[in-house]
Design a protein around this ligand. Structure first.
Ligand code: ZN
Ligand code: ZN
Length: 376
């Protein structure tokens, strides 16, 4: 059975189809098909996914995602005819390289680009495979409602394909204007879309409602308590004044951890160790005080899987382990393929010898939700 998700893009009242997870193109039910057998949309999505997990340049990746969105609503026959006639590039959003991929897929040929990328498809990190297999979901992800690159439906679909039971959508809060943070009104609207997506998905996978809420200078959270209370999971992170002095930063972070709405302390040091945004030193704070508060409040310390962050640093990860904290291995994905970066976090947690039962993302959904709501 093929299914098409219908997306309402932020700020856009039109409904457009964005994803075709398993457009069958003559598929036999139950048979495991390659992307090419599943058709050009699946092929384009697979290429984009593999490029994203390799951290290729997002502008280049967007061409494949855009081409997938362009041909998804078209009848199969039209795509085939255009491939034969060489008129795919007449369509907005399709250029020569994406047209070549579509033409190959229509003809049942594995595009060379896909063949090359498939060679990179194994685990992104070694040492964490066993733990990675136990992870049931991810508590930190972004869609194009804030600074992510893809519609939330595409994020959900990819999380499903990765075998997750749940994904928490955590777009940014209002003060983070550079990231198009969501006002209470926009977040309310997003929650309606999340409900619609879950209805469509039918219950085996759940897109959970969340936020990555800014920790303001005084330790308060950048969203109303009413709004925070409507969400399933709340990740609280520092994004501004990362260099404030250590005692003020400690008060700020402890304040956020003590807030009963906070479930996860996101990328606690704010450092960047590699990547196109450059590097940034870690914030200075009394880590023993912050992690002790996390342990007392049952707030999970995030193991942020992004290679750019590797946050917390190993020394702090071990300190949080020794102080009895819970952990959450998160992707902080801003594109679907980045959801796969949990491999990195799983490897780091394994290396630090963290008991999997202290990692909340190994928990079943109901246990996770009970934990997240227990202080409200
Ligand atoms: Zn963040
Ligand atoms: Zn984030």
């Amino acid at each position: 059975m093929g299914s098409t998700l219908w997306a309402t893009r932020p700020g856009d009242r039109r409904t457009v189809p964005v994803t075709s997870p398993d457009a069958p193109h003559g598929a036999v039910e139950g048979e495991k098909l390659s992307e090419v057998q599943r058709g050009p949309v699946a092929t384009l999505r697979r290429i984009a996914f593999l490029m994203e997990r390799q951290r290729e340049e997002s502008r280049r990746i967007e061409a494949f995602r855009k081409a997938a969105r362009t041909i998804l609503p078209l009848p199969e026959d039209e795509v085939r005819q255009r491939a034969e006639a060489g008129t795919l590039t007449d369509l907005a959003g399709i250029g020569p390289s994406t047209a070549a991929v579509i033409t190959d897929a229509v003809n049942g040929v594995v595009p060379e680009r896909l063949a090359r990328l498939e060679k990179t498809a194994g685990p992104l990190a070694t040492g964490g495979e066993e733990l990675r297999a136990r992870l049931r979901g991810d508590l930190h992800s972004h869609s194009d409602w804030s600074d992510g690159g893809s519609p939330l439906e595409e994020m959900a679909m990819t999380a499903m394909e990765l075998g997750h039971d749940y994904l928490v959508l955590t777009d940014h809060s209002p003060r983070l204007r550079v990231a198009n943070g969501l006002s209470a009104e926009r977040l309310t609207r997003q929650l309606g879309v999340v409900d619609a997506v879950n209805e469509h998905l039918g219950g085996t996978f759940t897109l959970l409602k969340g936020i990555e809420v800014d920790i303001l200078d005084d330790g308060s959270l950048d969203q109303t308590p009413e709004m925070l209370g409507r969400l399933d999971v709340r990740v609280a992170s520092v994004h501004s004044k990362l260099r404030m002095d250590a005692s003020a930063m400690t008060r700020r972070m402890v304040g956020a951890v003590r807030n009963p709405h906070t479930n996860v302390l996101g990328h606690c040091t704010g450092r960047l160790v590699t990547g196109n945004r450059g590097t940034r030193p870690q914030s200075q704070f009394d880590a023993t005080a912050v992690f002790t508060a996390c342990a007392e409040e049952g707030v999970a310390v995030e193991i942020n899987s992004r290679p750019e962050r590797r946050d917390p640093p190993t020394r702090l990860l071990e300190l949080a382990r020794d102080l009895g904290c819970l952990f959450s291995i998160d992707s902080d994905a801003h594109a679907p393929g980045q959801l796969d970066m949990l491999d990195f976090g799983a490897a780091r947690a394994t290396e630090a010898g963290i008991d999997p039962d202290r990692i909340v993302t190994t928990w079943e959904r109901d246990r996770l939700l009970e934990w997240a709501a227990r202080r409200l």
